[in-house]
Design a protein around this ligand. Structure first.
Ligand code: ASP
Length: 439
């Protein structure tokens, strides 16, 4: 049994957190390959080391004095070294970093040092081998992740290494310089390592007990989802629910490796299992609820629209021309509504409208702004009757007017449009009816 364990920044923010991490790793012999993030926030007003590094490098690049900032970063690591009584000096590493900052080695190099140094510390503490990600994670000359080369070299390297720490977030370009993934990218590294060693499980340790049914800023203490499929996760993430970097899914999904989201501060919790498919019935009819505010609905009307072939294409091409992506297109017999992101649309509104007039000659166009979209997602909806009925009666009871309904034939989700101001109340009403009341 082989498990990859990735620990996020808050799990490695200080020496006390490092102790928890070591206990977790040592509690299970199959936790053989460890991917750390850089030290995150220790308290809510704290600054992540990655952010400190970006800021420090910016200062260096502007030709200003950056050494004090670098010293503050070093202090973050020294606290961990002292707290764990490690026999380790980072003096040389910091001399190299200072030198390369002066030589303008790039902001990717700068940011990557957070994970690099944390990896050295963690490997030393655990007694595991340290493998620099620059030697095993590769990007091509265009800066795109090179999955084939990485998988080949990483798999070969780890074949002979029983236990190792591989820092997350970065790799190297063909010329040897450092390149990072986008922010939060250590999740991707974990997934890549899991694929390379054909792991049985990819454990992603963070500071929440899994993927929550609804946003905790809206619902007090929402329950965690026990099992979610990749498809469901995609629907919820798209609507703003994030625990995991989106790109972390692809390597393991293809290899059929499940991801288990776990809480470093509550290792007794089972967390959320993310799987390709499952015969396990979800606890509730719905798996999760997520949503976003800030949409505009553009409602186009034209008599006999239903018989005008190409009408929809003409409308959508007006949006395409101005680089605006659409979210949903519910339609009636003589109407078609396009939902778009308000901030994206506002600046180009008049151009898009005249384009629609020119191409499709509609009878009228009406717009409504400040709308929110809510996705109610669940594989359990397919097998159960009355889900939509329950949603809408809950919303009616909460006195919320539904502006739009969209259900794909996959029956995996129902999208509901409401006014921005009803957003929170709508999510609460849906959560209550499915999770709290559990009819
Ligand atoms: N440390 C990086 C960031 O803050 C990457 C990561 O934590 O995954 O984005």
């Amino acid at each position: 049994m082989k498990k990859i364990v990735k620990f996020g920044g808050s799990s490695l923010a200080g020496s006390d957190q490092f102790k928890k991490v070591a206990n977790i790793i040592q509690a299970d012999d199959s936790r053989r390959y460890v991917v750390p993030s850089a030290p995150g926030k220790r308290f809510s007003t704290d600054t992540k080391v990655t952010d400190m590094l970006y800021q420090c490098y910016d200062t260096a690049q502007n030709g200003k004095r950056f050494q004090d900032l670098l010293k503050k970063i070093k202090d973050r690591y020294l606290e961990i070294i002292q707290g764990l009584s490690l026999n380790l000096s980072l003096d040389q590493e910091f001399e190299t970093i200072e030198k390369l900052f002066l030589e303008k080695a790039g902001s990717d190099y700068a940011a990557s040092r957070g994970e690099y140094l944390n990896g050295i510390l963690l490997a030393n503490y655990l007694g595991y081998e340290f493998i620099d990600a620059a030697e095993v994670i590769f990007f091509n000359e265009k800066g795109i992740f090179d999955a084939k080369k990485t998988n080949q070299i990483l798999a070969q390297r780890l074949e002979t290494v029983e236990r190792a720490v591989i820092p997350g977030f970065y790799g190297s370009l063909p010329d040897g310089s450092i390149k990072t993934f986008s922010r939060g990218g250590s999740d991707i590294t974990g997934s890549i390592v899991a694929k390379a060693v054909k792991a049985d499980l990819y454990e992603n340790w963070t500071d929440v007990s899994g993927f929550l049914i609804a946003d905790p800023r809206i619902i007090e203490n929402p329950e965690a989802i026990t099992t979610i499929t990749y498809k469901e996760l995609r629907e919820l993430s798209y609507m703003g629910a994030t625990v995991l970097h989106e790109d972390a899914i692809f390597p393991v999904r293809k290899a059929g490796i499940p991801i288990n989201i776990r809480n470093t501060n509550r290792p007794q919790d089972e967390g959320t299992m993310i799987v390709e498919s499952t015969c396990r019935k979800p606890k509730y009819t719905i798996t999760g609820i997520a949503g976003k505010k800030g949409f505009v609905a553009i409602n186009v009307e034209k008599d006999m629209m239903n018989s005008e072939i190409g009408f929809g294409r003409k409308i959508l091409s007006a949006f395409e021309k101005y680089g605006i992506s659409f979210e949903h297109v519910p339609s009636g017999i003589d109407t078609l509504t396009v939902f778009v992101h308000q901030p994206e649309f506002e600046g180009k509104e008049q151009q898009v409208l005249s384009e629609i007039h020119r191409l499709a000659e509609p009878d009228s166009i009406e717009m409504e702004s400040d709308l929110a979209l809510i996705a109610v997602v669940g594989r359990g909806m397919r097998a159960s009757k009355g889900t939509a009925g329950r949603i809408f009666s809950a919303l009616a009871h909460a006195n919320i007017n539904v502006k739009m309904i969209d259900q794909g034939s996959s029956e995996l989700n129902i999208i509901i449009g409401v006014r921005n101001q009803d957003f929170e109340a709508a999510i609460k009403a849906i959560y209550d009816i499915f999770v709290l009341i559990q009819l």
